[in-house]
Design a protein around this ligand. Sequence first.
Ligand code: ADP
Ligand code: MG
Length: 269
Amino acid sequence: MFRRTTQEHTRRAAEALRLVSLRKVYGAADSAVTALDGVTLSLGAGTFTAVMGPSGSGKSTLLQCAAGLDRPDAGQVMVDGEEMTGGTEAELTKFRRQRIGFVFQQYNLLPTLTVAQNTTLPLKLAGRRIDRDRARDILTQVGLGDRLGHRPDQLSGGQRQRVAIARALVTEPSVVFADEPTGALDTRSARDVLRLLQAAVRIHGRTVVMVTHDPVAASYADTVVFLADGRLAGHLNAPTVDAVAERLAHLGDSDNDRGSDRGDVPAGV
Ligand code: ADP
Ligand code: MG
């Protein structure tokens, strides 16, 4: 049983998300759009991945399918080694509420609920005990420990997004997906949000997958994966702002690295 190398063993044991040949087509016949054209990707637990690519390349579709908010037409999504695809709608919803967190560009907070109520909503929906101390702790971690009774419209955009992050983390999910979480924020609020996502990975061992068009945001991740026309088009480990900008500028110049990267992206993650 000790034949496997330690590295292999660790990698196998710690895979948080695996996408296998994910495919999604919108519409039918003449108007069909292939949004995902066979995406295979494996992400280790406790990693931070940014997804980048041109508008319309399938980034949001990838996140929605990987997060169980939408169903792929073909392929599999495995979270912690368990298949999420397949099963009934109710089973999918239950699984998603236990294992997945999601952060949207426009926060998606409920305006009539307080900050504390918004944060604990996923626990309520999952039929779990509403732990007020935990809500307070997590809101303190995102710098909003003194805003528990406020409503979203009393908060800035950056603060609202921090509530959304607290809400995404409250269930202690394996994987947190964020679609352009800094897209509507000023530079400083964006940095706060990125640091929180990074802390969720580094301190709490969550796995974060974030779509962004901003090379600065992407540089907070461990790895950037690039999408073009619904397919993986390479990746970059330990991304710097300049390296990301450079790759984005040349995305689609050549199909060379598309084929070679499919199926084994990203190495070591
Ligand atoms: P991105 O997030 O990278 O901009 P999307 O995943 O939103 O890309 O979209 C990928 C492709 O699928 C685009 O061509 C888009 O127009 C199409 N698409 C996305 N959502 C729908 C939908 N609900 N109905 C039809 N086409 C869609
Ligand atoms: Mg999008």
